[in-house]
Design a protein around this ligand. Structure first.
Ligand code: HPA
Ligand SMILES: [Zn+2]
Length: 347
């Protein structure tokens, strides 16, 4: 098969996405519309905010994770009503479905909204309506994961976690997991031991961004101290062969985001994303879009970029997709349905 023949094959695979920030689906065009509707003034001292086109052009010149995060937090300030959150997530699910994503475990950043006076219930009710609609109208199953912002004091993260309205949405199953995101290097995982031990007590699923910009030691600490079940990004794992062998043996999945890694300059090119090394060492990973409106590609674009860079075989793609299904946090029944779809594509 040539790479262009691969596109329909990659689209048809029953893909699971595990690393996608719903706020990262906010395109400049929608951002400008929402800002006008909600009377939000965008920064006047940054010419990038002159128009949606100039903002998009600025997104193509990110220099680092922190440079991106600056725009990401400004962007989400245009989200005010529950319907804004619902529309944003619904837009993502429609993209995901047309890419052939069948199951998606999506992040959101409660603290970035609470700090602007938007209630947790406003955010979660909007997102969860979109999740239900995606299930009913598109057949896309999903799960909400609340991410905590590691650049904020760990005690503030814990007190948000303990808020009554936040706990209520864990208890009723609307939000089922906890993640850790934002600026990485200066904010190591060990700062969040108390938060993760409380989340574990509550029976929540646990993941954390680690080894995106920071070294492999952050991955080791997230596994050991936070007891996470997955690692988000994790590309720096290949710098520690012993740890890589342990991660492979334990079957811990990495949620790799190739286009994000290039745009945020964690690697020079897609070829430098350690896809080949992870496959050869038997490390499980899924392929994800991270923040599609900021990084120029949804899930399928990431699959295609990997194929163009690595020329993987059909069998290798099937093993990646199978690992993604097995590493998902949906129930066994849903996993069984998705695995059945994989077998239907056996050539
Ligand atoms: O890739 C990311 N890394 C850290 N924080 C984030 N918040 C949105 N996307 C990211
Ligand atoms: Zn991310």
């Amino acid at each position: 098969m040539t790479n262009s023949d691969f596109q329909p094959f990659l689209r048809a695979l029953p893909k699971c996405e595990h690393h996608m920030h719903l706020e990262g689906a906010l395109s400049p065009e929608v951002l400008f519309k929402l800002a006008a509707k909600n009377n939000i003034t965008l920064p006047q001292d940054d010419s990038a905010f002159a128009s949606p086109e100039s903002l998009l052009a600025r997104y193509r010149r990110f220099t680092s994770l922190d440079d991106f995060l600056h725009y990401y937090y400004i962007g989400m300030s245009a989200l005010i009503t529950s319907t804004d959150f619902e529309d944003l997530a619904w837009d993502y699910f429609q993209h995901a479905s047309s890419d052939g994503v069948c199951h998606s475990e999506v992040f959101f950043d409660p603290q970035a909204h609470l700090s602007r006076g938007i209630s947790y219930e406003t955010v979660v009710s909007g997102f969860s309506r979109a999740c239900k609609r995606a299930e009913n109208e598109l057949g896309v199953s999903s799960m909400l994961i609340s991410c905590f912002l590691r650049h904020l004091p760990a005690k503030d993260c814990l007190s948000v976690f303990e808020q009554e309205d936040v706990q209520k949405r864990y208890a009723d199953g609307t939000v089922q997991g906890v993640g850790l995101d934002s600026s990485e290097l200066a904010f190591p995982p060990e700062n969040f031991v108390d938060l993760y031990s409380r989340a574990k007590e509550c029976g929540l699923k646990l993941t954390a961004h680690a080894g995106e910009e920071a070294p492999a030691s952050y991955i080791a600490t997230a596994l050991k101290e936070l007891k996470v079940q997955r690692i988000d990004h994790g590309i720096k794992l290949v710098e520690d062969v012993e740890l890589m062998e342990r991660v492979a043996k334990e079957g811990t999945m990495l949620t790799v985001c190739p286009l994000s890694n290039v745009v945020l300059r964690c690697v020079d090119t897609i070829r430098d994303v350690p896809v080949r090394k992870l496959l050869d060492k038997g490390v499980k990973f899924s392929i994800n879009s991270d923040d599609p409106a900021y990084f120029g590609g949804y899930c399928l674009d990431n699959y295609v970029a990997v194929q163009e860079a690595f020329g993987l075989s059909v069998a290798e793609w099937e093993s990646i997709v199978r690992a993604g299904i097995e590493g998902s946090w949906c129930g066994d029944e849903r996993k069984g349905e998705l695995l059945k779809c994989t077998r239907e594509y056996k050539t």
